[in-house]
Design a protein around this ligand. Structure first.
Ligand SMILES: [Zn+2]
Length: 311
């Protein structure tokens, strides 16, 4: 019989959980709204309680072979813990997630950054299936990322690798949450697009209105969009030269904009990279949405199984 796993996705305001099988199908999903102010207890307690509840509804923890956790914040995948920066999850910094879960449930556990889990989910069952070299870029409040190279996730020494949003594209530019100035995500995120649109015309101040105006040929909206796509293309062009990917996978709500985002972005990057890098380089939108992190966290656990006895 197929083994079953529990996938957990820890975000700033909610936990998502699901039962994941060995083929990467996610069933029995559950969402727990988490409020640090209301709960008055560590997020880890809520995670344990939620895992137990999902397990009990599905035959008990004995029916599961492991727990994969995808989480926001600066994640040390080697130790299975959160580093000193917990991102927007309150009380999350310095939590020893995997050691606590192994102690509590007696089964293997692995933890990875949410952007990395999302790209692994897409590699397993989504839009990147069958590829070995993929650059995942998620456009949202910031710019998240994950790099698959030679069929494996690029992790670096601690599991921190793949922070594609934090390198300088504008020397002396806007201050960034990471402490630097002029980071890529300050110019290429969806938030940057909305900020620029709002400054130009308050009526364009949300994504839906902006894309609608661009669709109907509004020149101002098209110019704002074009400048933003150029900002995204700067970063991707650099990454293409570094990683030589087969596929650029764009995630985030805006990735549904095939004609106004994916296609012009592809054309721009293909015209900017060195010609040999442009051969066969594909662009597409991520396919899995919310379940990518749950599946990807379990895929990460499975990929580590062969390497470590301690899990
Ligand atoms: Zn930064």
């Amino acid at each position: 019989m197929d083994r079953l796993f529990i996938g957990v996705d820890v975000g700033g305001t909610s936990l998502k959980l699901g039962v994941v099988d060995e083929q990467g199908s996610v069933t029995q999903q559950m969402e727990v709204i988490y409020s640090a102010e209301k709960e008055q207890r560590p997020v880890m307690d809520v995670i344990i309680e939620s895992i137990r509840k999902l397990a009990d509804e599905n035959g008990g923890i004995g029916c599961f072979s492991g727990i994969g956790i995808s989480a926001a914040g600066c994640i040390n995948s080697v130790t299975g813990s959160v580093a000193g920066n917990g991102g927007n999850v309150k009380g999350w910094a310095n939590t020893e997630v995997c050691p606590i879960l192994r102690e509590e449930f007696g089964i293997p556990a692995a933890l990875a950054n949410d952007a990395n889990c999302a790209i692994l989910g897409e590699l397993w069952t989504g839009a990147a299936r069958g590829y070995t070299d993929v650059l995942g870029i998620t456009l949202g409040t910031g710019v998240g990322g994950g790099v698959i190279t030679g069929g494996r996730l690029l992790e670096g020494a601690h599991g921190f690798a793949g922070e594609l949003g934090h390198f300088t594209t504008h020397a002396g530019g806007d201050a960034c949450i990471c402490g630097q100035e002029g980071c890529y995500e300050r110019y290429a995120s969806t938030s940057a697009l909305i900020r620029t649109a709002k400054d130009a015309d308050p009526e364009l101040g949300n994504g839906r209105l902006l894309f609608k105006a661009a669709e109907s040929g509004d020149e101002q909206a098209l110019a704002i969009l074009n400048n933003w796509i150029t900002e995204i293309a700067y970063g991707i062009t650099g990454y293409v030269h570094v990683f030589d990917p087969q596929l650029i996978l764009i995630g985030g709500g805006v990735s549904a904009q095939q004609k106004l985002l994916i296609e012009p972005l592809r054309d721009k990057v293909l015209s900017m990279v060195m010609p040999d890098f442009a051969d066969d380089l594909e662009f597409r939108a991520a396919a899995l949405g919310n379940t990518a992190g749950l599946a990807g966290a379990v895929y990460y656990l499975l990929s580590k199984e062969h390497f470590s006895e301690s899990m």
